[in-house]
Design a protein around this ligand. Structure first.
Ligand SMILES: Nc1ncnc2c1ncn2[C@@H]1O[C@H](COP(=O)(O)OP(=O)(O)OP(=O)(O)O)[C@@H](O)[C@H]1O
Ligand SMILES: [Mg+2]
Length: 222
């Protein structure tokens, strides 16, 4: 499997430096946990690593190729085949049902058969009861679990999750994190997670602190 190498990323918005020279390498099956104060640049970094926001300078190499130098269709191919993204604010299509939201990425990947079963996924995420409700009628925690389902249904190699348990109670968030860790173990999915809930992540992983646009490794657990 291809690895992701994030090399010296700088992001400036309106002359303000949001990220100042961030590098990290994400290997197959590895787990990366990013913490840091609100506004420190965590979501911005995740969008850049996930192929959704071009950095001002620096490169994101996927299998040795700079993803931002590829054509739009090659970039969207990588995003829909290889990456799964859980947005901090979910970004669900509110007029569509939970089921339709989860299945959306499978429609961009026609020809590939390797999808998770929606029923098993719903069971794991404890959203079976709400699968056919419109997303707009779901609670925050239910929407969050639908967003996680949508990110993992295609069995991507990399999951980027921005505070994926931010709206969940302790028990449900432990269950969701277990699911992500189980996918990491059984399918070698790499996880890059922004979270403050430290004790939810098992070893091995690398923990980073984001401080005013500087990412530093705080601890490596193995
Ligand atoms: N499109 C934009 N235009 C202007 N400023 C932006 C934009 N995107 C991000 N920023 C600014 O960049 C900084 C970092 O934002 P980011 O969302 O990455 O922080 P964060 O660490 O994810 O915070 P939180 O923990 O609150 O989610 C903030 O000061 C934010 O206001
Ligand atoms: Mg954020």
């Amino acid at each position: 499997m291809k690895k992701l190498e994030v090399v010296n990323i700088i992001k400036q918005i309106n002359h303000k430096t949001i990220l100042s020279g961030t590098s990290l390498t994400i290997e197959k099956g590895s787990i990366h946990v990013i913490e840091g104060k609100s506004g420190s640049g965590k979501s911005t970094l995740l969008s850049i690593i996930g192929g959704m926001e071009k950095p001002t300078r620096g490169t994101v190499l996927f299998g040795g190729k700079d993803i931002y130098s590829l054509s739009d269709s090659e970039q969207s191919n990588i995003r829909s085949k290889d990456f799964g993204f859980v947005f901090q604010t979910f970004h669900l299509l509110l007029e569509m049902t939970a089921r339709q939201n989860i299945l959306l990425p499978t429609q961009l990947n026609r020809g590939t058969e390797d999808f998770m079963s929606i029923d098993e996924l719903a069971q794991e995420l404890e959203i079976t009861e709400v699968l056919d409700k419109k997303a707009m009628y779901l609670s925050g925690g239910e929407q969050q679990r639908v967003a996680i389902g949508r990110a993992i249904v295609t069995n991507p190699s990399f999951i980027f999750a921005d505070e994926p348990t931010g709206n969940l109670d302790v028990k449900t968030s432990a269950k969701i994190m277990d699911l992500l860790l189980q996918l990491n173990k059984s399918k070698d999915m790499a996880l890059v997670i922004v979270t403050h809930q430290q004790n939810l992540i098992e070893k091995p992983h690398i923990k980073y602190q984001m401080e005013d646009g500087h990412l530093r490794v705080e601890m490596t657990y193995d």
